[in-house]
Design a protein around this ligand. Structure first.
Ligand code: MN3
Length: 388
């Protein structure tokens, strides 16, 4: 057995009650890593249990009422309970963690991402919206402060692991794999009849409800194209989405000599979290071994961007730039929330997002964070109006 010198002594987990959050705690538990900061949205009961297990210095609830409740629940401990986005950012800067896992869901993860970079800690980034909404600003801030960003999203972790050069000119393209979701191969006509339950049945990955819907609509893959452009400094035209149903090859890099380097494993996010913590080293993990013989073969197909228009819209958003990726994300957050409450159908997600995107085409020139955040709010307002 290899000794675990490479594990950080102390980490913080933002969004600790979500899917990647709980898997991060599992990694911490297995390797005896201290956690001095946990944050969640409003699940007080689960946060209390996590706090009692890990005894962090800080717990933050994004929701004010949930924070009040947690404070009472933890009154017999010395854990400091804070609230709101400002509370998360304050706790990040006061935390003694060397690495912060940001697995907050949605736009809410952006300011915490900037707070991590400002405090010069390593950012293990699972909140893809930080890069979708404000990729230029986030990457610029990392460059300024020298803070490292290690991707946790499985495809981006795979690309990161497959990068054997620091010279971008050697990269021909990135092969971004997609499971295709539960509706791979369906026609537009068939998509009109899919239900919420059909949508939530993802073939290979176990994830939260929002991202499972985004996987079914291929919006998630679209966000990942944008995320990859920023993380690896390539253009969208260099990213080829490839449907790979088995989710064994998590993505690949093709070089100018036509060599392709890919990363493979059974699908399990704990590898991605652990690698972000131990990089550039590796250590044992709880993953099952990859059994190529039982797999037998791997398959690949082109995505259908006509039937799944949100993937095409993501390519458009990154090429138009400015606040358009933020608009795309905001409209999608509203539409998916309405779909999860069964207020709109699956295909109405496409309509709501597409129409909001059209209406806000003026936002493509925006570059300031304040303008981008305003566009985010405006896109939410417009999308919401279309649903009611
Ligand atoms: Mn992914």
């Amino acid at each position: 057995m290899k000794t675990e010198n490479y594990m950080p002594e102390c980490i913080a987990v933002l969004g600790s009650t979500g899917s990647v959050g709980t898997q991060s705690l599992d990694v911490a538990r297995r390797h005896n890593i201290n956690i001095d900061l946990l944050t969640a949205d409003k699940n007080v009961r689960q946060m209390e249990a996590q706090a009692r297990e890990f005894s962090p210095k800080f717990c933050v609830m994004a929701d004010e009422n949930a924070a009040k409740e947690l404070k009472l629940a933890l009154a017999d401990t010395s854990i400091k309970v804070l609230s709101g986005e400002s509370g998360i950012c304050e706790a990040v800067s006061r935390s003694s963690a060397v690495t912060v896992v940001n697995s907050i869901l949605g736009e809410a993860g952006l300011m915490p991402t900037l707070a991590v970079l400002d405090s010069k800690k390593r950012l293990a980034l699972s909140n893809k919206e930080s890069l979708v909404i404000a990729g230029d600003i986030v990457m610029g801030r990392a460059k300024e402060t020298g803070a490292e960003i290690i991707p946790v999203d499985s495809e981006h972790s795979a690309i990161f692991q497959s990068l054997s050069t620091s010279d971008k000119r050697e990269i021909k393209k990135i092969i971004l794999t997609a499971s295709g979701g539960p509706f791979f191969g369906r026609t537009a006509e068939e998509l009109k009849r899919v239900t919420l339950a059909d949508t939530l049945a993802h073939p290979t990955w176990k994830m939260g409800a929002k991202i499972t819907v985004d996987s079914a609509s291929l919006m998630n893959k679209g966000f990942e194209v944008i995320e990859a452009c920023h993380l690896f400094g390539v253009s969208a035209s260099q990213i080829e989405v490839t449907v790979h149903r088995e989710s064994i090859i998590h993505s690949a890099v093709e070089y100018i000599d036509n060599a392709v380097i890919a990363q493979m494993s059974v699908p399990d996010m704990r590898l991605c979290v652990q690698y972000a913590l131990t990089y550039p080293q590796r250590t044992e993990s709880p993953l099952e071994e990859l059994d190529l013989f039982s797999l037998g073969k791997l398959t690949f197909a082109r995505p259908d961007m006509q039937t799944f228009p949100l993937l095409a819209l993501a390519y458009k958003a990154i090429s138009e730039g400015g606040a358009m990726p933020a608009v795309l994300n905001a409209a999608n957050e509203i539409a998916v929330a309405a779909f999860l409450q069964e207020k709109i159908s699956f295909c109405e997600i496409f309509d709501t997002v597409g129409e909001t995107f059209e209406e806000m085409s003026y936002a493509k020139g925006y570059t300031l964070l304040s303008d981008i955040r305003d566009s985010d709010r405006e896109a939410r307002r417009i999308a919401q109006k279309k649903i009611k």
